[in-house]
Structures are given as C-alpha cells and as structure tokens.
Design a protein around this ligand. Sequence first.
Ligand code: PGA
Length: 255
Amino acid sequence: MKRQRIVAGNWKMNNNFDEGRDLTISIIQKLGPSGTLAVLCPPFIHLNYMSTLAKGIANLKLGAQNCHTEANGAYTGEISAPMLKSVGAEFVILGHSERREYFGETDDFLAKKVGAVLASELRPIFCVGEKLESREAGEQESVVSSQLEGGLFHLSAEQMSKVVIAYEPVWAIGTGKTASKEQAQEMHKFIRSLVAKKYNDNLADLTTILYGGSCKPDNAKELFSQPDVDGGLIGGASLKAADFVAIVNSFPDSK
Ligand code: PGA
C-alpha cells in the first residue's frame, strides 16, 4: 500500500459566502481525476454548502481549520468535531502556528482536540514547525519532536494511522520564503523516523507528511519530488483556483 498524497488548501479567514462558492466551483471545474486527494479547508460557514458541491467527487474532500475539545456545551463561539462531521468535513487542521501563536494553543490542549477529532471519525491534519530563531539556533528537530510528543504521541497506533502530519516551518508561512527541497526532505525524514521509533516502520511508511509554507505552483514540483514529502498544506496559493489545482497536479509521474 502506498501512502496517500494530499494537497490541502487552508483558506484561513478569507472569502465570504459568495467568494467561497465561486472559488469552489472554479476548483471543481479545473480539478481532473487524480491520485492526489485535494482537501479544501474553508472557514466554518462554507462547509455545509461546499460539501453539497463536492459530493461525488472522489478526489475532493473538505476540512475545517479548528474545533473545540468538547462535543457540546456552554462554550460560546466554539464549534465541535461532531458538528463539523454533520456538515460533511472529513479533516480538521489542528496546531497551526497561527492558533499556537495568536490563540495560545498548547500541546496539551491540542492533544485533547486531536482526541475529539478522532472520536468523531474525522482525521486531524496536525501541524508542527519551528520559528526562525529555533531554525537559526539549529533547534528545529527538538522543537518538532516535542510538538509531536506533546500533541500526538499519546495516541494508539490505530489512532495514529488516521493522522496527517504537516511540517510548516513558521518562518516560511506567508513570507514568500520556502524551505529548500533539502530542508523539507530532511525534516520530513526526521518526522517519519520519530513515528517509526514511537510506533513502527510500517505505520511510519504509511503516514502522510505534508509540507506547508509559501508552497506555490513554481516550487511545488521540486518539493513534491522529495521522497518523504507527500503533499502540501497551502495557504495563500489555495485562494486562486488555477494555482491550487496546479499544485495538486505537481507530483512527478514516478511518485
Ligand atoms: P502559506 O500558508 O502557503 O500562505 O505560506 C501555509 C499555511 O499557513 O498553512
């Protein structure tokens, strides 16, 4: 069994209802059948309608950008995993650096969210990545390894098999600076080795690891050609249908 290739679009806090509908329709028109799964992660308000548009398209799924730890209750303003499931989401991005930085999300809190997502039979896209000062100090491996330990490695192997990991160096997000293909490959290989050590080689081999951080049509090909890069988590470039679909189609034929 080969591991699943995924290109996920993280729209962040962009697109009103009409813009989101138009972008989705345009992506659907451009997206041919492919062995790569495209996952659109819009703001919550779009999910219900977008899932009607995406119905029946085998290589297009929907994801959310966040959810709460609890299934329901007095948590004003929050959205739960079962709610997301009820409107057709299949994935949930967790631990994005913007959530960690602006909303104070800690590894412990994220570990609970991971549990909530899995309990609803949704799949977490769990983000890890170092800030610039950690990269400059050569501490990228220890940062990423402690994020994985704190947020994911309490899971059973069965649960872990549902998780997608996204390596997103914070210094590359929205900055136009991309990790080189060598830097990406080195970190992806390292992450896979940690999964192998914690679980087993087979599970590590099957774990989809995405790269995120200024991934664009003109650099996706070389990033996706790396043996341990299984796709991307795309911010800015996911807001243009042609760019997003070009990235989805950026895997070399040999992969
Ligand atoms: P970017 O964002 O592609 O705009 O750098 C990536 C992300 O934050 O997931």
